[in-house]
Design a protein around this ligand. Structure first.
Ligand code: BG6
Length: 469
């Protein structure tokens, strides 16, 4: 649909950027922090680990000043569970509370709204050793942790996100490390973990509403529209299958408090049905999020799977397995270009995704990740000419404005990432930030912060809150 007049970005739109604790903070074992599953197991050969990352723990004041210079209205970051509870539960670490108090106060001093993710992939290792999300005790540990966050920071944090990309942790659990790949049926275990995470999220939402009636809380999945490879009905059905399993399973539960029917029938067909205890569904039905935060990088296309085992393939740099026999198989979209890391670029798919989420749930929306990973080059005179990033973000923001004109209640945009950080699988070489951090994979150099070309572009954009100037 073409609009004669585009609606402007709303007044008080939350222009910002995102990061996550383990990817930016460093100080992995300082000031009482306990180890997380990332510290213990998440290593990709030939790339940086997360021990120092961007050393934000020691640079946070300088970093926040740079975000303020860009004009950020909001900053989305995550709290490391293991800084607050080194063992996941039990003894509280006062120095962890101090760090986030200082960070939040620093942001507020510049009138930057903190948007806080409670858990971004970094489960405390002490909990993992006891079964992690397979153990129902982790649900209670998360609720206890969430109550601690609300108690200590709830007076200043108005927006909470429960769990980052729960759907990616389940769909690619063996990559992120929440499940043992050697199990006889890891998928069944993953969907049991999923059920527990959904309960943990519901309990955190209820606790938030109980303790902080004026504060808002929502889920933060990765959502993207799924195209059928063709107009062949079987391909359309495959796209519907995959969208239900990948997207709506998670948001239907968060927003409606029930399992998506197609996803449930898929569990039954595959033998993945989770054990549900008495009372679980009441807890799930009672929790109502105030908004939906979502991450979007690319769309996906799928075709019919006729049951051939070669339907299970892999795409992209993360070696994500796509395709399930009898459900859907991956399809390369010939209409889209790819990033240098093989991720398809689809701004129009962003608009479609925004519309789809709005039509299903009718809740305010905020984008908490979107961005381009690239090998940036530091040129003479401390210049980083990341025009490709500006182009990517501009094209996605054009589609945001079109979605707003379509009636989507979008209240913020926080692309990935505010500052360079260590990518989940490609080290520091795959950069996303507006601010360059001067280090290499294994040479920490001087860690100095350098404004990229996109920094100045985004600053101007935020100032005018418009794409036209
Ligand atoms: C999202 C995650 O899935 O994608 C981030 O929430 C991650 O943690 C981002 O960094 C980009 O992925 P990658 O693998 O390029 O770092």
């Amino acid at each position: 649909m073409q609009h004669r007049n585009l609606k402007p970005f709303p007044e008080h739109f939350l222009w910002g950027g995102s990061t996550s604790a383990y990817q930016i903070e460093g100080a992995w074992d300082e000031d009482g922090k306990g180890p997380s599953v990332i510290d213990i197991g998440h290593r990709v050969e030939g790339t940086a680990d997360f021990k120092v990352a961007s050393d934000h723990y020691h640079h946070y004041k300088q970093d926040v000043a740079l975000l303020a210079e860009m004009g950020f209205k909001a900053y989305r970051f995550s709290i490391a569970w293991t800084r607050i509870y080194p063992e996941g539960t039990g003894k509280l670490n006062a120095k962890g509370i101090d760090f986030y108090n200082n960070l939040i106060n620093e942001l507020i001093s510049y009138k930057i709204e903190p948007i806080v993710t409670m858990y971004h992939f970094d489960l405390p290792y002490a909990l993992q050793k006891r079964g992690g999300w397979s153990n129902r005790d982790t649900i209670d540990a998360f609720e206890n942790y969430s109550r601690t966050l609300f108690e200590h920071f709830g007076d200043r944090v108005n927006y909470w996100l429960t769990i980052n990309e729960q759907n990616m942790m389940i769909l690619h659990g063996t990559a992120i490390g929440t499940v043992d790949p050697n199990l006889e049926n890891p998928e069944k275990e993953l969907y049991q973990q999923n059920h527990h995470m959904l309960l943990a999220q519901a309990k955190a939402i209820a606790a938030c509403h109980d303790m902080l009636p004026n504060t808002k809380i929502g889920p933060a999945p990765n959502i993207s529209c799924i195209y059928p490879a063709s107009s062949k009905p079987e391909d359309v059905l495959a796209a519907h299958n995959f969208s239900s399993i990948r997207n709506w399973l998670y948001l239907d539960m968060a927003c409606f408090g029930r399992y998506n029917d197609v996803a449930w029938s898929y569990f039954e067909a595959k033998g993945y049905t989770p054990v549900i205890l008495e009372g679980d569904m009441d807890i799930l039905a009672a929790a109502k999020p105030d908004f939906i935060a979502f991450n979007y990088y690319n769309s996906m296309a799928v075709a019919e799977s006729t049951g051939n085992s070669s339907d299970v393939g892999s795409t992209g740099d993360q070696q994500i397995v796509v395709g399930e026999t009898g459900v859907y198989k991956g399809h390369s979209n010939p209409y889209l270009q790819k990033t240098e890391f093989g991720w398809e670029i689809d701004p129009v798919g962003f608009r479609i995704t925004l519309r789809e989420i709005n039509e299903r749930y009718h809740l305010p929306l905020i984008v908490t990740e979107n961005g381009l990973g690239a090998y940036d080059q530091l040129e003479d005179g401390d210049k980083i000419n990341d025009d490709y990033r500006i182009e990517y973000l501009r094209r996605h923001l054009e589609q945001c404005q079109l979605a707003i004109s379509d009636g989507v209640p979008l209240f913020g945009y926080c692309p990935w990432s505010a500052i360079d950080l260590v990518s989940t699988h490609q080290g520091i070489g795959k950069r996303y930030g507006f601010i360059y951090v001067n280090r290499d994979e294994f040479d920490l150099k001087d860690m100095r912060r350098i404004r990229k070309k996109s920094f100045f572009w985004y600053k101007d954009l935020i100032e005018s809150s418009s794409l036209t100037e």
